[in-house]
Design a protein around this ligand. Structure first.
Ligand code: MG
Length: 330
């Protein structure tokens, strides 16, 4: 079947800029895809690379799409090499004839982000007021001696039903990690994300401490996740689906290997986030809170999607209009 592929690049200011382990991130660039069928029906995709996370660059993605050209057919995905995982994610979504239908009354909680350091407690209080059930606290930004005592201050605020995860973004030394994980062992901590980067040390820490560990920066794609499974990793995998190839591949991996999975945002727009959420709900990919706590970073309704509360469900997806984004992109 002859299909028509159109693309539009976007560049949006993030407000406020996102603090990451790689410095402040103030602008999100990506590509929207529109596929039109002979019968006039249209479907959508988004390519949102994160090169510092190990994906292709935006220029490489644009080049691959340019080479595909506007006239494609349903086999176009096979022409895109594995390593262009972001293009494969977006193109697969745009080639899917109909969006995944989420059945039942599925809802997933969002983990609200708590800033590093002392400010975390005030944000935690405010987010509890809003009804959030799950929280992610950035650690490894200040010195361990300063951050560690704050954990008990947060735990003291936490109702029994709430979950707290810590994210070190790979920043701890082995000594820091050992001290932190000993501290977490007796605290209600859901898991500790990416304490450090070295694989052997991570496997050792996972064996030595009772608190669950999660891999994030260590697993950009499913190939890396599979390697960790082969090495015996039984902790959590944080996967950013927009960086991990076609959603069908994520579904297949989840069904066959039953990973302990957290889905996380790569700061893609509402278009891709809604596609991810639909599939997550339809396929029951995870019951852990979503790492989608990016709120209104784009500062604009079509790009952010409907205002999000503590839970996401299909009605949120229904409030996302890809055509509106398409028209708003230059
Ligand atoms: Mg992380």
């Amino acid at each position: 079947m002859a299909l028509r592929l159109s693309t539009k690049s976007y560049r949006r200011t993030l407000q406020p800029p996102l603090r990451t382990a790689h410095g402040a991130w103030g602008e999100r660039e990506g590509i929207l895809l529109r596929v039109e069928r002979p019968d006039g029906t249209v479907s959508w995709g988004e390519v949102a690379p994160l090169p510092w996370f190990g994906t292709e660059t935006l220029a490489e993605a644009q080049d691959v799409l340019r080479k595909l050209g506007p006239d494609i057919d349903v086999t176009a995905l096979e022409l895109v090499p594995e390593r262009f995982a972001c293009v494969r994610f977006g193109l697969a979504a745009a080639l899917a004839a109909a969006p995944a239908v989420a059945t039942g009354k599925g809802k997933l909680p969002i983990a609200a982000l708590l800033p590093a350091g002392r400010d975390a407690r005030d944000v935690l209080r405010a987010k509890l007021e809003e009804g959030f059930l799950a929280f992610k606290w950035k650690v490894g930004v200040g010195r361990a001696e300063e951050e560690m005592p704050l954990l008990d201050e947060l735990v003291a605020e936490l109702p029994g039903y709430a979950k707290l995860r810590l994210d070190a973004n790979g920043a701890w030394t082995t000594r820091d990690a050992t001290r932190w994980l000993a501290l977490c062992a007796e605290r209600p901590v859901e898991f500790v994300e990416q304490p450090l980067m070295d694989a052997d040390t991570l496997l050792g820490l996972a064996a030595d401490f009772p608190v669950k560990l999660a891999l994030d920066e260590s697993v950009t794609g499913l190939a890396a996740a599979r390697e960790w499974q082969e090495r015996g990793w039984s902790g959590v995998f944080v996967i950013k689906p927009a960086l991990a190839g076609p959603l069908e591949e994520l579904v297949a991996w989840t069904k066959t290997t039953k990973p302990d999975l957290v889905l996380s945002s790569a700061v893609e727009t509402a278009l891709a986030r809604a596609q991810i959420l639909r599939v997550a709900l339809a396929e029951n990919l995870t019951s852990r809170p979503l790492g989608f706590g990016i709120g209104g970073l784009f500062g604009d309704r079509p790009w952010d999607g409907p205002v999000t509360g503590p839970l996401l469900d299909v009605s949120w997806c229904d409030g996302v209009n890809p055509e509106e984004l398409w028209n708003a992109a230059s």
